[in-house]
Design a protein around this ligand. Structure first.
Ligand code: ADP
Ligand code: MG
Length: 474
């Protein structure tokens, strides 16, 4: 899996020169983030962290990840329409996890009232690592699928050019020409534009539902600008704005400040800290509305870790996707071992297995956004504490994926240049649009490679652990 530039990695003067070029190229290309100190102003910005060099990715696994994306789109969409499955799967979780329970309550409430929404838009990102099996042959294993606020489709559309220039500076023009073009932001915008068009009100706007703290605004602007280019008006609002100024008319059309909203694109709302009582009220208002929510609350629930674990049970995929034998096979091939900690004999055995050998597993609560999973000794301690209480059902257990590390330089503002042993995570962006029961769009629209130093078990780019990368297919 080695990349063809091991030779330059230790040529420190060349690396230092290339790093200066890389940072300026990133700034010029718009690989940007606001600063920690001024997260809501663009007066001072910096480059988003990225690797100096692209990372090697086995081309067969890269193709496999693209090939299964439409299947995953179809699967997520099917789960979101299967009340029985969601109810049954999340029954144990919502007894102990307040956040999932609250989302679930909105879900049932909206269904009881009857859905006003008839056009559905899904934007997801399925994430993988390359597990080096017993014989060293790497295998594609899914980490999770993100069904809400999957980010970095914008910034990653600009990293290939930066890495191409770095390779040229390092005397590798041939390799530079092999980097694949990649533009998920255009694909995401196409999906949003399609949903907007099917909503059928040319004067209505697209609303990005954004966080209070907006460090990653440039990533979102990439998608926004693609919509403006199509003459679709975009507004950016927070839950608080919706609470104060949002309303529904008698047909449950959504209005913000008197402007009709066709599509609500959530880049917020996936962690408990996003919500106070007013924000929950705003969420309910949005879900009740006729506007196309990306995602609707059912699709958000379809992305929970508990659902992921239940999908790995024999027979579940077949039940959810009847008649799609090949899709089921492709999906299942990407699954790592996943285990339920529900109360009962099965869960008891799983807990005992993990406590006996914690380094083989990852313990995951129903949370998104990185930094929540437990590993090793900490996993053992937590599991020992909760093993006999229903609290354990707020977690799932997963086999730990062990990719083979490679050396690279992680470039971050105000940090010294230093070589690190790294592992990468590949994400594929999927977009689909459904009108009633008809899927009118189902596509894989691009990829994201994130790389981190091996000493960090958890955490993404926003959490300050991983950095943006570009795959170099080998
Ligand atoms: P989150 O919703 O917080 O992003 P993830 O399931 O993606 O949760 O886990 C966060 C990070 O933890 C991943 O990006 C990956 O680096 C690491 N991780 C998660 N699951 C595994 C696993 N099974 N094996 C190895 N590392 C994992
Ligand atoms: Mg993740």
């Amino acid at each position: 899996m080695a990349a063809p530039w091991e030779d330059v990695l230790r040529d420190i003067p060349a690396i230092q020169e290339a790093a200066v070029v890389a940072v300026d190229a990133a700034l010029l290309q718009g690989v940007l983030m606001r600063t920690e100190g001024q997260p809501n102003a663009s007066d001072v910005v910096n480059f988003a962290p990225f690797t100096l060099l692209p990372s090697a990715v086995p081309s067969a696994l890269f193709e496999q990840a693209y090939a299964v994306q439409q299947d995953f789109n179809m699967l997520v969409d099917a789960i979101s329409q299967n009340k029985e499955f969601l109810e049954h799967t999340l029954a144990s979780t919502i007894k102990v996890d307040d956040f999932t329970a609250r989302l679930f309550r909105i879900y049932t409430q909206v269904l009881e009232e009857g859905l006003a929404q008839s056009v559905f838009l899904g934007i997801n990102r399925s994430d993988y690592m390359f597990d080096s099996g017993v014989d060293g042959t790497p295998a594609l294993k899914q980490i999770e699928i993100n069904t809400i606020a999957a980010s970095f489709g914008g910034l990653t559309s600009r990293t290939a050019v930066v890495h191409g220039q770095v390779l040229k500076v390092l005397g590798k023009p041939q390799e530079a020409s092999h980097l694949l073009p990649n533009n998920p932001s255009r694909g995401l915008a196409l999906g949003i534009a399609k949903a907007w068009e099917l909503y059928g009100s040319p004067s209505a706007v697209v609303m990005f539902l954004v966080e209070e703290v907006q460090r990653n605004i440039f990533d979102q602007r990439c998608v926004e600008n693609e919509l403006w280019n199509r003459n679709i008006r975009v507004i950016r609002k927070r839950f608080r704005d919706v609470f104060e100024k949002g309303s529904l008319d008698e047909a449950r059309r959504l209005y913000m400040d008197g402007q009709e909203v066709a599509v609500v694109y959530y880049r917020e709302g996936y962690v408990p800290s996003s919500y106070d009582e007013q924000n929950w009220e705003a969420r309910l208002l949005l879900e009740r509305s006729r506007a196309v929510k990306c995602p609707d609350i059912a699709t958000q629930l379809a992305g929970t870790k508990k659902v992921q674990q239940e999908l790995s049970r024999p027979g579940t995929l077949e039940r959810l996707l009847p008649g799609h034998t090949e899709a089921v096979t492709r999906i299942r091939a990407t699954f790592a071992g996943l285990y339920s900690l529900d109360m009962g004999a099965e869960g008891d055995k799983v807990a005992a297995m993990a406590i006996a050998d914690p380094d083989r597993f990852v313990l995951k609560p129903q949370r998104e956004g990185g930094g929540n999973n437990l590993y090793g000794e900490e996993l053992r301690q937590v599991l020992e504490k909760v093993r006999d209480s229903p609290e354990r059902t707020s977690y799932i257990l997963m086999d730990k994926i062990k990719p083979r590390p490679a050396m690279n330089y992680l470039l971050r503002a105000h940090r010294p240049l230093q070589v690190s042993e790294c592992i990468s995570e590949l994400g594929i962006f999927g977009v689909y649009v459904r009108r009633g029961s008809e899927l009118v769009l189902n596509e894989a629209v691009g990829h994201l490679l994130r790389t981190k130093a091996v000493e960090h078990a958890d955490g993404g780019v926003a959490a300050g652990v991983a950095v943006l990368d570009t795959p170099y297919l080998v």
